[in-house]
Design a protein around this ligand. Structure first.
Ligand SMILES: [Fe+2]
Ligand SMILES: [Fe+2]
Length: 184
């Protein structure tokens, strides 16, 4: 269904910008974690970067009939200092998305009866809740100078659902079979 409303389109563009920057930031912070001797937290950053790519891709695709240039304003976090601070930046960014950004964007898409945007915002909101929790757990370890466990991290390529270890047969958010998950 083609997007009709300007406000939802603006929010999709902003969310696309935010997710694109989060994707890049987590790759940068993943490299920093690797260099600092935290290979599993590095893997968490890289895996979550892939989930943010899935969100950016979904938002971009919902905008496919909105052809043309735009200047996009989106929330961003900067800084590459140490692993604890980088994880705090990640937690803050995820919490902003969970508590402020996606609930408002989702309600707007519902109000404007934009079904595809609702799905895209819903997928992102559900994944960001998991990300905030995983980054908080990683930061608790990093504060003690410890890495997280070496379990496989799975990402749903459709909605960005994120899971550590083998606990689900299909995505609990979008229903995709686990054999399509990307493993990190
Ligand atoms: Fe996230
Ligand atoms: Fe999914």
């Amino acid at each position: 269904m083609a997007l009709k409303n300007a406000m939802t389109a603006d929010f999709l563009r902003s969310a696309y910008g935010g997710e694109s920057m989060a994707h890049m930031r987590y790759i940068i912070w993943g490299d920093a974690a690797e260099k600092d001797g935290y290979p599993n937290i590095a893997r968490l950053f890289k895996a979550v970067a892939y989930a943010e790519w899935a969100h950016a891709k979904n938002h971009f695709n919902v905008l496919k009939n909105q052809v043309g240039d735009n200047t996009v304003a989106a929330g961003a976090v900067f800084g590459e200092t140490n692993i604890v601070d980088n994880l705090q930046g990640a937690i803050d960014g995820e919490l902003h998305e969970i508590e402020q950004m996606y609930p408002v964007y989702l309600e707007t898409a519902k109000f404007q009866d934009e079904k595809d945007a609702q799905r895209s915002f819903h997928y992102a909101l559900e994944a960001e809740k998991i990300h905030a929790d995983l980054f908080q757990k990683a930061q608790d370890k990093a504060k003690q100078g410890k890495d997280i466990e070496a379990d496989t991290i799975y990402i749903c390529p459709v909605c960005g659902f994120t899971e550590i270890g083998d606990n689900v047969e299909k995505c609990p958010v979008c229903g995709v079979s686990k054999d399509r998950f990307k493993a990190f």
